[in-house]
Design a protein around this ligand. Sequence first.
Ligand code: DX5
Ligand code: ZN
Length: 221
Amino acid sequence: MSVRIAPSILSADLDRLAEQVAQVVEGGAEWLHVDVMDGRFVPNLTFGAPIIRALRRVCERPLDVHLMVEQPEHYIAEFAEAGASVFTLHPEATTHVQRHLASIREHGMQAGLALNPGTPLAFLEEVVDDVDLVLVMSVNPGYGGQRYLASATEKIRRVRALLDARGSAAALEVDGGITSETIRQAWEAGADTFVAGTAVFGQPHPADAVRALKKACLIRT
Ligand code: DX5
Ligand code: ZN
């Protein structure tokens, strides 16, 4: 199983974003994670299309955009045009989830479904053929720097079993509280893509931090 690291720019120094992005790419980060928050679905406010456009100009890696917003469907066309590669929505934030997942694909992006700690897998079961990525939240979204919830590990295992049983090749991503200590259990449970904010950009050497996360999975114990 491969290990894909998606550093979250939520924890980056925005006054030198291009430099920070270059550092994590040098460390081997495969994707960049962009946390979009609207002050309603979650309390915080963060980024929109202008940041996606700017990242697209300075980086060739896929942009993994995580929408913690009400009615995310309003941003599908705009974010596709801005250069988003993966567009992940929360099912509680909208009514016609299946229609919007199909629309994300029609706009040339990968469709992601995010499951909060309190959100059951039943949401995924209904739309498994419509998703290219499942995002298991290992914190309640809204802020960087929270602690990994141990219950996420078992949920990752259940999502992996469901994807395998349904013959889905969707990516299985985990987001929140990922460190060199917690990443290993998420990886062993079947996750392949790891969002990390504090554990990468909160460190003095982001490139080394990306390498350390990969090593924590791949090292033999
Ligand atoms: C949380 C966001 C995360 C966040 C992760 O609401 O979805 O992507 O940036 O930050 P860390 O890795 O610091 O928990
Ligand atoms: Zn996120």
